[in-house]
Design a binder for this molecule. Structure first.
Ligand code: SAM
Length: 217
């Protein structure tokens, strides 16, 4: 797969656009600048890859808008080698951005063909990315606790099982809403064994989180 000067130039423009929209974390912007987003697009549509917009990837799912990827990544506030769980691998783009930031990533996806496609695109990061097929609305207890959990599908409520899989000081970022198509970005910070802080970061539109703690459709 190629990554031409034209692609790279479009990426620089996108990164500048994200910075102008308020993304200030330099390592998030640098990672977005390094990941060829067009590789994660359906082949015939790669000309849309550097617009700040979500795009369909099949199976009624989407690759998230770059601004959304950037803000969620900024909100989990991770360091190199942080242990992170992503719920909703989708195209694998968000996972690649996290891997570029040097985290140890576990990413779980419900739809097997999407996961298989993402696995090919993420093969360069095999040493730091583990992909799992399953229901991430319950988290993934096997590798818990995590320094951060990022949920890339809209949930009806914040699943308690995800909160319990955070380290003390760990952060969970999850879009939550009473309607399937309209969510508020919520960040939960685990302050102690029993105490959690809840913060809100504006409105977003995600595809629904399904599964046991999701919309069950
Ligand atoms: N992070 C993705 C990317 O970078 O392309 C965007 C993901 S898309 C907006 C949301 C994904 O969440 C879909 O691929 C969907 O199949 C997945 N999903 C929904 N409910 C899930 C669940 N309970 N467990 C795992 N994945 C789920």
């Amino acid at each position: 797969m190629e990554d031409t000067y034209v692609h790279q130039g479009k990426r620089v423009k996108l990164v500048n656009e994200l910075a102008s929209k308020g993304i200030i974390n330099k390592s998030v912007l640098a990672a977005i600048n390094r990941v060829p987003r067009h590789w994660f697009f359906p082949k015939d549509f790669e000309q849309f890859a550097y617009r700040d917009a979500a795009f369909p990837i099949g199976h009624d799912q989407t690759i998230s808008q770059p601004y959304t990827v950037a803000i969620q990544t900024q909100l989990i506030d991770i360091q190199k080698d942080s242990k992170v769980l992503e719920v909703g691998t989708g195209s694998g783009y968000q996972a690649a951005v996290l891997a570029e930031m040097g985290v140890r990533l576990y990413s779980i996806e419900y739809i097997k063909p999407l996961l298989e496609k993402a696995a090919k695109l993420l093969s360069n990061y095999k040493d730091r990315v583990t992909l799992i097929c399953g229901d991430g609305s319950k988290g993934y207890a096997k590798y818990a606790p995590y320094d951060a959990i990022i949920v890339t599908a809209g949930a009806p409520t914040v699943p308690e099982s995800l909160m319990k899989q955070l380290n003390i000081g760990g952060k969970l970022v999850i879009p939550v809403g009473t309607s399937v198509n309209d969510q508020e970005m919520i960040r939960i910070v685990r302050l102690s064994e029993t105490k959690f802080k809840r913060e809100k970061f504006g409105s977003f539109k995600f595809v629904p989180l399904v599964g046991e703690n999701g919309w069950n459709n």
